[in-house]
Design a binder for this molecule. Structure first.
Ligand SMILES: Nc1ncnc2c1ncn2[C@@H]1O[C@H](COP(=O)(O)OP(=O)(O)OP(=O)(O)O)[C@@H](O)[C@H]1O
Length: 249
């Protein structure tokens, strides 16, 4: 099966003499939700910045939809939508204007646009905020606008950074339902989160980053196997602790 996202032997960071990431290697296929987890400072956001093309790999390469950014930036960029941890909106635009902009940027047809935004606004309990300016929204509502924009764009790959923090329980459930639907329809999803129970329940595979290295990856079964016999029935939190405790690797 074609890889939607391929990160190959990625070494990178903010200073060429002191890389933050060391030969990070993983992929996400269509129809898969993959969780990227690690302690504070493990390198999750740095990995995501490289994938977004905001940072240049020092070694290795990244492909989205089979192309590197430098080979075909339009194909690379239009294949994914990114939901950042901290919402980034235009204060002077309304919720609907944000959605309209996304619809235009991703070429969403008028008919699908109308149907989608009515559904999204309802699912995320934002119908009565349709005409509100972004500056008048709460933090969680801003996060919902970012998520609705990504869902409206409906790309082949979603990159979602710590999506649950600002959301209320209904928002979390709506997001998870939508992600499962998208995945079942063939989308690839890379999600970074500290909420391990949710990651364990929803992700098909996991990548555990520790001090800029992948210390374990695969299905829960594969990660349990790697941890050894005492972890045969361990949950993700126990496995996470095992692989990220001081000096684990
Ligand atoms: N702008 C920056 N300049 C220099 N170093 C940075 C910068 N941003 C992050 N770092 C360093 O890179 C390392 C990885 O940080 P990163 O933000 O990728 O971690 P993270 O896994 O996303 O953590 P968290 O769970 O806290 O969000 C840390 O040592 C951090 O200090």
């Amino acid at each position: 099966m074609q890889m939607m996202l391929e990160v190959k032997q990625l070494t990178g960071g903010y200073n060429p003499r002191r890389p933050v990431l060391h030969e990070v290697d993983f992929h996400v296929k269509p129809g898969e939700m993959v969780g990227l987890i690690g302690l504070n400072g493990a390198g999750k956001s740095t990995t995501i910045k490289h994938i977004l093309g905001l940072m240049e790999p020092q070694q290795g390469n990244i492909k989205i939809a089979d192309v590197m950014l430098k080979e075909n930036s339009e194909k690379y960029r239009s294949a994914f939508a990114y939901v950042p941890e901290t919402p980034i909106l235009f204060d002077e635009l309304t919720v609907e204007e944000h959605l309209r902009l996304t619809g235009m940027a991703y070429g969403v047809e008028d008919k699908r646009y109308e149907q989608s935004i009515v559904q999204l606004l309802e699912q995320f309990q934002m119908t009565n905020k349709r005409q509100s300016f972004a500056s008048h929204l709460s933090k969680g509502m801003k996060q919902k606008v970012m998520i609705m924009n990504a869902l409206l764009a409906s790309p082949e790959l979603f990159i979602i950074d710590e999506p649950f923090l600002g959301l209320d329980p209904i928002g979390i459930r709506s997001l998870l339902e939508q992600l499962v639907q998208l995945k079942n329809d063939g989308a690839a999803i890379l999600m970074s989160s500290h909420i391990l129970s949710t990651v364990e329940t929803y992700c098909d595979r996991l990548i555990i980053l520790h001090q800029g290295k992948v210390v374990a990856q695969g299905t829960m079964e594969m990660i349990r196997h790697k941890a050894g016999a005492p972890f045969a029935t361990a949950n993700l939190e126990e496995l996470f602790y095992h692989f990220t405790k001081e000096g684990a690797n």
